[in-house]
Design a protein around this ligand. Structure first.
Ligand code: HEM
Length: 537
């Protein structure tokens, strides 16, 4: 030691030491950075400030599917200054089911704070209290839909009554205008079914407050859908621009929606009894009050409003959009409408209306519904997820709090699963004996998977079955030859079909529907609707 250091003064020795340590540290850092970048998901080059936002275009799910072909099922983009990992194809099951807890978070997006005041289930991130509330919400949904034969029958009655009102309205509109736009009526009709189960009340098609509350779904879904600009470039809120205006409207509609729901909860609280649970709001008041007591949160705020608000909001938007697609597809493919009619006529005949118990005997109806789910993928990306911890997926490192987009569309249009995925063909879900192919129906991804899977899946399938079977049994729907229907849509959390025009003719009269709903055939339909907004669609 003495020999090597001989002739070197202490200051030089110290400098050499520092240089060596710095060199070693730099080498180590370079290696670490290299390793990290090697493990990062690949992805397209991003622009400064805006990232890949301009590339998303009007259909981000299609852009993501194209990028997945280039970079693989797990890739990364930048939106504004946020990194977003996009999952496609088989990586979705791996993340949401096999590594469910790690991918179950929600990002801290600005828009999410305004939905249900940031206290809801759908847009809130995971916590123990959130899990308890989610479970309570799930069981109250079941209690008023698919829980047992009695609840199923009550739910069926709500659907029957609303389909009856809707068809009476549609035939009257056809008489008055020949061809009319059905989109808004389908929203009010669906919202009424969910209002009956959530609040024990239906509304007239003319009710201004109700129309205001449910008539702005498109503004809501545009802002919370994956790829929404305000969430990744929040600075856009601070000076006048179109995004700021959209966001201001979004905030206003959330406040108004919250007030509508809070009012219903308040009314229920005045008369609720734990021995007679009348509807989902009652069920949630009882369940959440018990939970608050059990967990020592009695003094905390009331979570009934955000919870029932999420159920009502999530259900009426998705189900009404689904119905809009069903009607559009029936007029776009009239031969499929005829095939549905043939099946229901054969199984149900013309002496009664279709009911829940007919479902196993109506495989083509179910095949049609699954094909509408697959083909439209009307919720193309789920609500954005985030990682709850540092994790890795398919060999790529994904840090905690990374925003994750789940591209359901990519699964439903994967040519490895579906032959000619761009063709609408319900037959693909039937096996050689004409029975529903359960393996294939379970390959459709629309309600997500894992810990964030939709809590309304069973209710939705029951609702959509009844709606489709009743429509096929009761009426003929045709499109306006002067305005042929197109399958175009506006992107958002749900894909909204563009306006289209239809005419509706009853196949017989309303006698069977009246009898099934306990309505005398001479009775007038309850409301005379005049939705001005129809002309604005
Ligand atoms: C066709 C109808 C429907 C479709 C396509 C649909 C689809 C979805 C999707 C894709 C999600 C997001 C899952 C995720 O982020 O991974 C979701 C969440 C949710 N849905 Fe549905 N949904 C439908 C109907 C309903 C109904 C009828 C209800 C209530 C009765 C409902 C209540 C909810 C709730 C509360 C969540 C949030 C779950 C969570 O964050 O843990 N949905 N739904």
């Amino acid at each position: 030691m003495d020999v090597t250091l001989q002739g070197i003064d202490p200051a030089t020795a110290r400098a050499l030491l520092v240089a060596c340590v710095t060199l070693l540290f730099s080498l180590h850092l370079c290696r670490w950075l290299w390793q990290r970048s090697a493990l990062c998901p690949p992805g397209p080059l991003a622009w400064p400030v805006v990232g890949n936002a301009p590339q998303l275009g009007s259909s981000p799910h299609l852009y993501f599917a194209r990028m997945a072909k280039k970079y693989g099922n797990v890739f990364q983009i930048k939106l504004g200054c946020r990194k977003v990992v996009v999952l496609n194809g088989d990586s979705i099951k791996q993340a949401l089911v096999k590594q469910g807890a790690e991918f179950a978070g929600r990002p801290d997006f600005t828009s999410f704070q305004y939905v249900s005041n940031g206290d809801g289930i759908a847009f809130g991130t995971v916590s123990d209290w959130w899990k308890l509330r989610r479970r309570a919400a799930q069981s109250s949904v079941r209690m008023f839909s698919t829980g047992n034969p009695h609840t199923k029958n009550t739910f069926e009655h709500h659907v029957l009554c609303e389909v009856r009102e809707l068809l009476a309205l549609f035939t009257r509109k056809t008489q008055e205008q020949q061809y009319f736009q059905p989109l808004t009526y389908l929203v009010v009709s669906t919202a009424n079914i969910m209002s009956a189960v959530c609040f024990g009340k239906r509304y007239s098609y003319e009710d201004e407050e109700f129309r205001q509350v449910v008539g702005r779904n498109d503004q809501f879904t545009q802002t919370v859908g994956a790829g929404s600009i305000v969430d990744v470039m929040p600075w856009l809120q601070y000076f006048p621009n179109p995004i700021k205006t959209i966001f201001e409207n979004f905030k206003r509609l959330n406040v108004e929606f919250g007030m509508f729901i809070a009012d219903k909860v308040l009314e229920h609280r005045k008369t609720v009894q734990s021995s007679i649970v009348r509807d989902m709001t009652d069920a949630l008041i009882v369940a959440l009050d018990q939970l608050r007591e059990k967990t020592g949160r009695s003094s905390e705020k009331d979570y009934v409003t955000p919870t029932i608000g999420d159920i009502f909001g999530a259900s009426q938007d998705t189900l009404s959009t689904f119905q809009q697609w069903i009607i559009l597809i029936l007029v776009r493919f009239p031969e499929i409408q005829v095939r549905l009619q043939q099946e229901v006529d054969k199984v149900v005949d013309r002496s009664r209306v279709p009911c829940i118990d007919d479902q196993p005997q109506l495989p083509y109806v179910m095949a049609f519904i699954y094909e509408v789910m697959r083909f439209t993928s009307l919720v193309p990306l789920t609500i954005p997820h985030s990682t709850t911890t540092d994790t890795s997926l398919m060999g790529y490192a994904i840090p905690k709090n990374t925003v994750v987009f789940i591209n359901q569309w990519s699964v439903n249009h994967d040519p490895a699963i579906w032959s000619h995925p761009e063709t609408f063909d319900p037959q693909r879900f039937l096996d050689q004996t004409g029975a529903l192919d359960k393996d294939l129906t379970s390959s459709v991804l629309l309600f997500s998977l894992g810990k964030r899977r939709c809590i309304g899946e069973e209710l939705s399938k029951l609702h959509l079955f009844l709606f489709t079977a009743l429509i096929a049994h009761q009426c003929n729907i045709t499109s306006d030859p002067a305005r042929p229907p197109k399958l175009d849509y506006n992107y958002g959390l749900t894909l909204k079909p563009h306006a289209y025009y239809i005419a509706v003719a009853l196949r017989e009269d309303m006698t069977l529907l009246n009898a099934a709903t306990g309505q005398s055939s001479s009775e007038e339909v309850r409301d005379e609707p005049s939705l001005d907004s129809q002309t604005k669609e």
